[in-house]
Design a protein around this ligand. Structure first.
Ligand code: FAD
Length: 518
């Protein structure tokens, strides 16, 4: 995956089978599906890959216990099967994790236990392990930080956990290996039409400052919560189909939540579920569901949301958390469907939809990270038919994702790179300076930054610290401290001057403010 090569493809190949707009979970999965079927595929992303909702998830590869409570059995079963495929195809980024639901009333064990038994049953051959009841002693063994007061036991079940942006980068790499051209910092600014039907788009490369006109037999809109802007361009009329709902996460030190299992709180005051998930040596707490009146590229957590998560989690912890213990906070936006005519909002089922609009634009919405593969399969079936492309079967069910490796040799933080860890180690062995950590409290090395510039299309300080290394999501203050070192490595590798470095740092520090609880 190389940006200079992608730009050359854009300049030299004006005709494509499939153009995918948006480089989040949905768009990247569509590009991978299309390229692996043999279609000539171009994916363009206005920002960096996964800059939108796809970097801001709860990091669960799951069927959705909550949707089970809503009676949506088909959705849960499909997601559980996709969970199994994802863990099999990308074992270096998606792993099995034990979850525990603590029980404080006698009926909790039976009520939640029955639901979680059904949850496991629905996963069929993709089961990650049996659901079972735990004694008080065993509950505390799995969740040592849990308050023991009035605890009656717990339920143990298994689900998946992942690093969303590492998977996004690996999906982009896999798509490129399958022949797709993928490009970050390249946004669609208008559509090309013939007799009212979309036949291509104008793409602005914000790094090079050029606009390219590309033709495609099918154009897929995978812009998530930003979709209305594209719909307006495509259909020549104002379209307001989406209302954003925000979900936030807080990240705290692992000492507040020891042990390896995750905690699932089955019912919050607003009838949602809340998770505490061990993630990269920290604990991630969330999430919320708050209607917002605008769509921001960098949404920020509301004080009321922060208080909600802290107050709920403190009901379960033996040592309570305070705002000062939070090392990072991040927010993401869900696209909720706006009811036609009524001007009201309703929760869009986390099921996906694929529509071919009057302009011919193929519009993909909904779904979740866990089901992005099946969503893409459905979208490409429709797109190929619509464009009259030669039929080709979907090949992603068993397709290994970049970095796949049979056995994880790395016991350290490099394990997340899977097969690429060997390349990073080689860089470290070549020159001692690449083994230097970029921050005194974290294991991340200069070699990883170099690797990300050379192999993962990282261009800015934010690309590295936010979506490649995740330090901004784990510890915002440490990310700000590491930014000058990271920017220097980037500048040397990309041959940029001191003005560029100053600009990068200023931009990154501005973004980082939104991840700190002041
Ligand atoms: P996005 O990731 O938003 O991608 C759309 C992309 O389009 C953006 O990168 C944007 O920059 C780009 N774009 C916009 N306009 C243009 C343009 N003109 N040209 C080019 N590109 C453009 N799912 C799970 O499976 N597990 C979870 O634990 C989970 N937790 C979640 C928690 C929260 C709080 C939220 C909000 C969602 C969660 N989800 C989870 C759902 C999952 O994150 C989303 O379904 C998924 O990330 C949506 O991806 P997307 O590609 O559709 O949208």
């Amino acid at each position: 995956m190389n940006r200079a090569q992608s730009i050359i493809s854009l300049q030299t190949q004006p005709h494509w089978d499939i153009l995918v707009i948006g480089g989040g979970a949905t768009g990247l999965s569509c590009a991978l599906d299309a390229a692996s079927r043999g279609y000539k595929t171009l994916l363009v992303e206005k920002n960096d890959f996964a800059k939108g909702t796809s970097s801001r998830s709860t990091k669960l590869v799951h069927g959705g216990v909550r949707y089970l409570a809503q009676g949506n059995i088909r959705l849960v079963r499909e997601a559980l099967h996709e969970r199994g495929r994802l863990i099999r195809n990308a074992p270096h980024v998606c792993t099995r994790k034990a979850f525990v639901v603590p029980c404080y009333k006698w009926w909790h064990a039976w009520y939640y236990g029955a639901g979680l038994w059904l949850y496991e049953f629905l996963s069929g051959k993709w089961s990650l392990g049996p659901t079972r009841l735990l004694s008080v002693k065993n509950t505390l063994k799995h969740l040592p930080s849990l308050s023991a007061q009035q605890l009656r036991g717990g339920i143990l079940y298994f689900d998946g956990c992942f690093d969303d942006t590492r998977l996004a980068i690996n999906l982009a790499q896999t798509a490129a290996e399958q022949g797709a051209t993928v490009l970050n910092y390249a946004g669609v600014t208008s559509f090309v039409k013939e007799k009212g039907s979309i036949t291509g788009a104008c793409v602005y490369d914000s790094i090079g400052g050029h606009t390219y006109t590309v033709k495609a037999k099918a154009v897929i809109n995978a812009t998530g919560v930003f979709a209305d802007e594209l719909l307006k361009l495509a259909e020549n009329k104002a379209m307001e189909t989406i209302v954003p709902s925000q979900g936030i996460h807080l990240v705290a030190d692992k000492r507040f939540f020891s042990g390896d299992a995750a905690l699932m709180i089955p019912e919050t005051d607003d009838k949602r579920v809340l998770f505490a998930v061990p993630w990269h040596d920290k604990v991630l707490l969330g999430t919320t569901d708050t209607f917002m009146d605008h769509i921001a590229e960098e949404p920020t957590a509301l004080p009321s949301e922060v208080d909600f998560v802290i107050s709920h989690i403190n009901r379960y912890l033996s040592v309570p958390l305070s705002r000062g213990d939070i090392s990072s906070v991040f927010a993401g936006l869900r696209p909720l469907a706006k009811n036609k005519g009524a001007g009201k909002t309703s929760v869009m089922p986390r099921d996906h939809q694929v529509e071919v609009l009057a302009s011919g634009l193929i519009h993909v919405t909904g779904g979740k990270w866990t089901t992005c593969r099946s969503m893409a399969e459905h979208a490409l079936d429709r797109a190929a038919k619509h464009a009259g492309l030669p039929p080709a079967p979907c090949r992603t069910r068993n397709l290994r994702i970049h970095g796949w490796c049979a056995t994880m040799h790395e016991a350290d933080h490099l394990a997340i790179y899977g097969a690429d860890a060997a390349g990073i180690r080689q860089l470290m062995e070549q020159d001692e300076k690449w083994s230097t950590p970029i921050h005194k409290n974290y294991p991340y090395t200069a070699a990883e930054v170099l690797w990300m510039v050379r192999h993962e299309m990282a261009i800015t300080t934010e690309d590295i610290l936010s979506r490649r290394l995740r330090l901004l999501f784990l510890d915002a203050a440490a990310a700000v401290e590491a930014a000058p070192v990271v920017t220097r490595i980037l500048a040397d590798e990309l041959q940029q001057n001191s003005n560029w470095m100053e600009e990068q740092l200023a931009r990154f520090n501005e973004v980082a403010k939104g991840y700190m609880l002041l």
